[in-house]
Each structure stands twice: as structure tokens, then as C-alpha cells.
Design a binder for this molecule. Structure first.
Ligand SMILES: [Zn+2]
Length: 376
């Protein structure tokens, strides 16, 4: 395990490659951004939008996938108020047992800001079984649901024949998952290859006995379906010189977004603006930490270090202290939902710990073997 020389990204992130100088893709990209002509990029966006005029009978210019969180609130307002577009917002909603009150209020806030919003609610019992299967099989409950969330925008695009989909930041550039990089900086049609989407493969769910009918909401449309209406996913972040976690958070809070009140030791969230609509992503981030040696605190620190808001040394202290944090109440609540005990939960988590990076002691405690910032 090696760390990026600039930030604290480890090379254990799937699909990531460091430069010969030992710098991660996100830092290389951030360095290039210093030389970008943002006005020129805005003209590229204007030209691009002209290629997607509203046709007769088409009531919306584009689709934006939203959760009601910081990124989607800012994108929706920007698309409408700055670009003059009429977007259809598409929200794949968590079932009542999973969604937080804050999440419900944030999506209501977005609707109240004056948007037409399509809310998709997959059948909750199937959703529950799929979470359970994902957790028991991969120690990753979100394996299929993340695909459902990402796939809901192209599914609606096909249904309503709206070819343009606006997306936030390219995860390849922001995080370093290089399989999502497309033909151009803004081309998002390779989002299907994102590590968490796995090319749309649902075979493991068919093998577990789910039917095509069960999985309608979980299917990521094929390239053939994309081509049938020439879908283009556009990463808006490429055109935006101040796209960041903090900026999006501040902008959205000033437009009514509610943020978390819990402490970082419960959430592993330094910013209080992540995954506002549910609590179980936090336990998945904890598991990610045990599998790969980095969690959400590392992601947040890296962004702050790149932006010059935090020193690498301060980042190391925060990661050592908080990465992998998760409130026991989130775990209990999750176990209740999928019908396992907390002991069973930990048996699965300990079995998926990366033993090169961590020791699992006889009493069950998991201890880090690597040194944050230096590696192994
Ligand atoms: Zn880096």
C-alpha cells in the first residue's frame, strides 16, 4: 500500500493508477485545473446544449438525477437559473425504513424551489431482500441499490425520450476511478463502468432467485438502449470552477438544505453534508475502510488538502482518529432491517477485512497495520 505524495489517497482504491512521480489521478487532475480557461469551457457547454434542443412534445430539456442533497440541489438550481434549462429531476427514493426525515425534507425543499420531480420508489420488500443479499454475499449492501440510483436517470431519459442527462462530477477525476473517464472531460457515458455499478451486471441477483420483474428499478440501461435515443450524460463539474464538497454544501444550505447534527465519531463525515438521506452508507464506508484502508474521512481530507484548506499532517491526524467511524445505532438499525443480529454482522465484516492491512485480534478488535500517510 502506497500513498499519493500530495494527498492521502492510497493506491488500494479500485481502478486507480498513480503517476511515475507517485501522484494520484485526482491530484494530477486538480493540478491541470489551474490552467483551465473556464470561460472557454462555458462556451463549450453552450455549444453542447444547442445540440439538444427541446423537440415538439418534449417538455423538458434534460434530466438531473437528484437525492435532494448538496450536489443535486446546486446542480438543479444552476441548470435552471444559470443555463436557462427546464430540467426534470429524477429521485430514486429509499424505502420508509431507510430514508431519514432530513432526506424527506431535503427533497421536499428541492421540489418547493420550483422543480418538476419524478420520484421512483422501488417495492420495499424486494429492496430489503436485495440489501440483505448484497451484504451477506459481498459485505456491501449497496451493490445493487447504487446501480438503481445511478440507473434511474437514464431509465427516465429513455421512458420520456429526453436524451440529455446532467450529472455532477466525474468520479474518475474526483476520486480516481479511471474507468469512468470518457471521450472528453465532460462525457459521462462511461459511468456504467464505475466500480460500484459493475457494468450493469445483475447476474448474482438472478442466481439468488430474483426475477426480471423484481429488478426493473435496478437495471442500468444497455448501450443499445442509450443509443436508441442518443443519450448523452454530461458531467457538469467539468464546466464549473468551484465545484467542491464544501462549496456545494454552503450554496445548498443557503437554499434550504438541512445538514447532519451528529458528530464525526458517529458518521465518519467531516463535513456534515454527506449522505443526508439515510444512515447506512456510513456503515458501508466503515466496511470500505476495512477492505481497502480508506473511508469517507480520507476522501474528505484529500479534497481539502488539494484545495489547500488543510495540511497533509493535519489530514493524517484526522484519518487516524476518525476514518472508519460508525455509530453502533446505525449498525443495529441496519441489522434489524435485513434480519440479522449484530454479532452476525460483525462475523461478516471481520471475514472481509483485508488481512494485509489490518489485524483481527482474538477479541474481535480490528487494528490497523499500516501507517496513515506512509503505507505498508
Ligand atoms: Zn493525491
Amino acid at each position: 500500500m502506497k500513498y499519493c505524495k500530495v494527498c492521502l489517497q492510497p493506491d488500494t482504491r479500485p481502478n486507480t493508477y498513480f503517476s511515475e512521480e507517485g501522484v494520484c489521478p485526482a491530484c494530477c487532475y486538480h493540478k491541470e485545473l489551474q490552467h483551465v480557461d473556464w470561460e472557454e469551457r462555458f462556451h463549450i457547454l453552450e455549444d453542447l446544449l444547442e445540440q439538444y434542443p427541446r423537440r415538439p412534445g418534449q417538455y423538458f430539456d434534460c434530466i438531473i438525477g437528484v437525492s435532494g442533497g448538496k450536489d443535486s440541489t446546486r446542480q438543479a438550481l444552476w441548470a435552471r437559473d444559470k443555463l436557462g434549462l427546464r430540467p426534470l429531476l429524477v429521485c430514486l427514493s429509499y424505502p420508509p425504513q431507510q430514508v431519514t426525515q432530513r432526506g424527506v425534507e431535503n427533497i421536499s425543499n428541492l421540489i418547493e424551489l420550483g422543480f418538476d420531480t419524478l420520484v421512483v420508489g422501488p417495492e420495499p420488500e424486494t429492496w430489503r431482500k436485495i440489501l440483505r443479499e448484497g451484504f451477506l454475499r459481498f459485505t456491501n449492501w449497496a451493490r445493487a441499490t447504487e446501480q438503481a440510483i445511478i440507473g434511474s436517470a437514464p431509465q427516465a431519459a429513455i421512458r420520456y425520450k429526453i436524451p440529455l442527462i446532467l450529472w455532477g462530477e466525474n468520479p474518475g477525476l474526483q476520486l480516481g476511478d479511471m474507468k469512468t473517464v470518457g471521450r472528453t472531460g465532460y462525457d459521462g457515458n462511461n459511468l456504467r463502468f464505475m466500480n460500484t455499478v459493475s457494468g450493469g451486471n445483475l447476474q448474482w441477483l438472478f442466481d439468488a432467485g430474483f426475477t426480471p420483474q423484481n429488478l426493473i428499478s435496478f437495471r442500468y440501461p444497455t448501450t443499445k438502449e442509450f443509443d436508441s435515443i442518443n443519450i448523452q450524460i454530461v458531467y457538469l463539474g467539468w464546466f464549473w470552477n468551484d465545484w467542491s464538497l464544501i462549496n456545494n454544501g454552503m450554496y445548498s444550505v443557503s437554499n434550504g438544505l438541512q445538514i447532519r447534527e451528529e458528530s464525526v465519531i458517529e458518521t465518519g463525515d467531516l463535513t456534515r453534508v454527506s449522505s443526508l438521506d439515510e444512515d447506512w452508507v456510513t456503515l458501508n464506508q466503515m466496511i470500505k475502510y476495512y477492505k481497502f484502508g480508506f473511508g469517507r474521512v480520507t476522501d474528505h481530507v484529500n479534497e481539502a488538502v488539494r484545495e489547500g484548506l488543510m495540511s497533509r499532517e493535519h489530514g493524517i491526524r484526522l484519518i487516524e482518529e476518525y476514518d472508519g467511524s460508525c455509530a453502533p445505532s446505525y449498525i443495529e438499525n441496519f441489522c434489524d432491517f435485513i434480519g440479522i443480529t449484530v454479532d452476525e454482522f460483525w462475523i461478516h465484516v471481520r471475514a472481509s477485512v483485508n488481512r494485509d492491512l489490518f489485524d483481527v485480534r482474538a477479541d474481535g478488535c480490528i487494528e490497523r497495520r499500516f501507517k496513515v500517510g506512509e503505507g505498508l
